[in-house]
Design a protein around this ligand. Structure first.
Ligand code: TTP
Ligand code: MG
Length: 473
């Protein structure tokens, strides 16, 4: 349902209204010319500090499957699944129409849809590269872009919205079609500043989605709301390739409609169990629960946070992510119980990370090895050890000196021996290597012509494999 409400009906006052701030558009006196009828009467109160912001959440559709299709256009239009080991981690919407669900086993998916095409998705390189391209493109609209996952970004578009309001003035009110859907099919009041801002936000979100589609070939869903929590929650309401705005008066509805208490951010299995012991198993029961009861069970701080979440309140700013703080890669498997095998797997992880470090251009100063032990068929929690990388090894990263691979593997194996006694039988099911404490390479290294000549282009997903004659790190 595309919506462009123009009625001037009084919307019910939500119970979380905050006092009116005297901000740029929160104040009646600062911009009388563009404030509608109710504003003139000093009644345009909805842009309280909680409603001042306009946040867009963008979640790409069946992300890995879309990237695979871009790399191999022959897959377009066919039901496609991406697998990691025997798990289907995503599938395209053609497959979903045929009953395939993501995060099922490959076997179940094939039973549902025998014609399902499958591609392996263990190597994340091309997904990561595309992910960073999307973020970079969104940063062309606003510097306030925060990466939430490989295929999810938050954008704070408040300033863009306010700028458009200023530029368009009164006209903005009469030509303010909402782009996409309005959650709950509510009417958008052109005399309500919060509504108008969200409507402008919806246009910006549509422009962002169109840019991602036309320049990178990816579609996605957007949610537009006054905070990150609500923008994320509303973004998947209509999918794929659609967008939805959430008006302030629909906040409680949106949250109340979550079918599972665990879908609220911050509620994991343990908290859900504790709440269930209090008889709180639905969102509605949680919303109605007196603060004192929650505080007794969870402590004051956690209880207050939860209550805010239940009301759809979230004042956490969009924090630009910048380059990643660390680079890591991991592999999981049924069983690895020999040192030689561990060394081989660690070597593979480090080789792929060195390629990423090389493209990144920064040098890591810390290496961490994480593993997961399995004892009598029970997986234990992950366990990790880290250590500084000696300066003479750091120096070699990104220079083309191939000895660095073995030196890093040797370091990782030292960490391994701190966690595993190889003299007795061991069984591990996961290995992960993480490089952190990333610092810019000294200027002298960057000035070397070799540094530029040997850096591979990351512009094409078909060109990710390195030519072996070139130094790759
Ligand atoms: P999602 O955003 O959960 O899923 P999606 O983008 O594939 O599909 P949707 O249209 O529903 O948003 O995850 C993003 C990518 O993360 C997904 O393409 C594959 C990967 N992924 C995993 O590696 N493991 C998982 O368990 C899930 C759910 C996803
Ligand atoms: Mg997605």
């Amino acid at each position: 349902m595309e919506s462009c409400g123009e009625e001037d009906e009084e919307a019910p006052e939500p119970d979380w209204w905050l006092p009116e701030p005297r901000g740029r558009f929160g104040s009646v006196s600062c911009k009388p010319a563009i404030l509608g009828v109710r504003a003139v009467h000093g009644n345009m109160m909805r842009s309280g500090s909680d409603l001042r912001r306009v946040i867009v959440h963008l979640d790409l559709d069946c992300f890995y499957a879309q990237v695979e299709t871009i790399c191999n256009p022959e897959l377009r239009g066919k039901p496609l699944g991406v697998q990691q080991k025997n798990l289907l981690i995503t599938c395209n919407y053609e497959a979903r129409k045929l009953g395939v669900k993501k995060t099922t086993t490959v076997k179940e998916a094939k039973e549902k849809c025998p014609e399902l095409l499958l591609v392996k998705g263990e190597d994340l390189t091309k997904y990561r590269e595309m992910s960073y391209k999307v973020t970079a493109l969104l940063e062309e609209f606003t510097p306030l872009v925060e990466r939430l996952a490989l295929d999810e970004n938050f954008m704070d578009v408040t300033e863009m919205v306010e700028k458009r309001l200023e530029e368009w003035g009164k006209d903005a009110f009469s030509q303010m079609p909402v782009s996409g859907h309005v959650y709950g099919n509510r009417t958008v009041s052109l005399h309500d500043l919060a509504h108008v801002k969200l409507a402008i936000g919806s246009q910006i979100a549509a422009e962002m989605r169109e840019s991602v589609r036309s320049r990178l070939g990816l579609t996605g869903c957007a949610g537009i709301a006054s905070n990150k929590l609500l923008a994320k929650m509303v973004s998947g309401t209509f999918r794929p390739n659609q967008q939805t705005i959430l008006l302030p008066e629909s906040r409680r509805d949106l949250i109340a409609h979550l079918d599972n208490i665990k879908k609220l951010p911050g509620i994991g299995s343990k908290t859900a169990q504790r709440l269930a012991a209090l008889g709180l198993t639905t969102i509605c029961s949680l919303q109605m629960c007196p603060a004192a009861v929650l505080e007794k069970e969870l402590g004051v701080s956690a209880a207050r946070t939860l209550q805010k979440v239940c009301r759809g309140e979230d004042d956490v700013p969009v924090t630009p992510s910048g380059p990643p703080q660390s680079l890591s890669d991991e592999d999981s498997f049924k069983k690895c119980s020999s040192e030689v095998e561990v060394e081989k797997k660690v070597g593979e992880l480090i080789a792929s990370l060195l390629v990423r470090l090389y493209k990144d251009g920064r040098k890591p100063h810390t290496i961490k090895l994480t593993l997961r032990k399995c004892i009598t068929n029970r997986w234990l929690n992950r366990e990790g050890r880290q250590c500084p990388i000696p300066p003479h090894v750091v120096q070699k990263i990104g220079t083309g000196d191939s000895s660095v691979q073995n030196q890093l593997v040797a370091l990782a194996m030292k960490l391994f021996h701190k966690m595993i006694n190889v003299k007795v039988l061991f069984h591990i099911t996961l290995l992960s290597v993480c490089f952190s404490n990333l610092k810019d390479a000294p200027a002298s290294a960057k000035q070397s012509i070799g540094f530029y000549l040997t850096r591979p282009s990351s512009s094409n997903c078909n060109k990710l494999v390195h030519v072996s004659s070139e130094p790759i790190y």
